[in-house]
Design a protein around this ligand. Structure first.
Ligand SMILES: [Fe+2]
Ligand SMILES: [Fe+2]
Length: 296
């Protein structure tokens, strides 16, 4: 129980204790665990076809199998790049919150979180560097603004949650897809295995931060917070439609491909399906009551 404002943190405290224990018992060395061939057999899938950003469009129908496999490779490099940039932002924000008095209870878990995210960047980065021209550059930029008490922390952890919840659906589906190259399949499995803990922590901590701070926010702040979460979800999704991926895969007019794919009903349906659990969490907890209506 947090005496100061009567917030019940029991569920969070138990989660932190359990997750620390699980992280210690399941320590994974990604260097020993993954097999890194000199060269990859590229005549195979690196992204599940159903998760490729243009799947379901007429452009997809026009591609032959070999072009689709090439695109699946660059979509994997794009996906790993999204992970690297999200994890880098996450590590910066987590590191600056270590040992802060108001985060006392979660600090032991933040150490595991930091350690695991660094290892994730190592294997995502190694794949992009060894087999492609390195990660694609980041396209998302943060804005500097004034915050009310607790707002910046809440948004930081809410945005981590959005980023990780979406990534994890891709990981979960691809971790069991035997069509994938073994290295791509294993990277997805490994990432999901550790991210499952980050997701449990993220949900509990976001709930506690919301209960702790939002009752004192003005209507303007509440509106701003909700809009910020909405735009973050939209911006996160737009990263999955990367013109550099399309260009490297040999598709003509990559910016037009991005525009077409983003607007296509098949990809909107995919975004809706993948975002469903996240949006439900946001609305059930009153964070974004109309989350289902957010433009994706
Ligand atoms: Fe990660
Ligand atoms: Fe994570």
């Amino acid at each position: 129980m947090n005496e100061a404002n009567n917030i019940n943190t029991e569920a969070l405290d138990h989660t932190v204790e359990r997750l620390c224990r699980v992280s210690e018992e399941n320590y994974i060395d990604p260097f020993a665990r993954l097999d890194w061939p000199e060269e990859l057999d590229r005549d195979t899938w690196f992204t599940s076809p159903e998760l490729i950003s243009i799947e379901g469009t007429s452009l997809w129908d026009e591609l032959d199998e070999s072009q689709r496999k090439t695109l699946s490779f660059y979509e994997a490099v794009g996906f790993y790049s999204i992970n690297i940039h999200g994890e880098r932002r996450l590590i910066e924000g987590l590191a600056s919150r270590l040992y802060r008095k108001d985060h006392d209870g979660v600090t032991p878990y933040l150490h595991h979180f930091l350690d695991e995210e660094n290892k994730h960047m190592v294997y995502f980065g190694r794949f992009c560097t060894r087999y492609a021209n390195g990660p694609y550059p980041e396209k998302k930029f943060a804005f500097v603004q004034e915050y009310e008490k607790g707002e910046e922390d809440f948004l930081f952890f809410a945005e981590i949650m959005v980023f990780e919840e979406i990534v994890d659906i891709f990981n979960r589906k691809q971790a069991k897809d035997d069509r994938l190259h073994p290295l791509a399949k294993e990277i997805n499995w490994l990432h999901h295995f550790e991210e499952a803990r980050h997701l449990s922590f993220g949900r509990e901590f976001v709930k506690v931060l919301w209960q702790r701070y939002s009752p004192n926010w003005t209507d303007d702040t509440l509106k701003r917070v909700r809009e910020t979460i909405g735009s973050f979800i939209g911006a996160t999704w737009r990263e999955y439609y990367n013109p550099s991926v399309y260009k490297d895969a040999g598709l003509a007019d990559p910016f037009a491909v991005r525009k077409m794919a983003l607007a296509h009903p098949a990809s909107l349906a995919r975004r809706t399906e993948i975002s469903a659990a996240l949006l439900k969490f946001l609305s059930t907890n009153g964070i974004v009551p109309n989350a289902k209506e957010l433009p994706l």
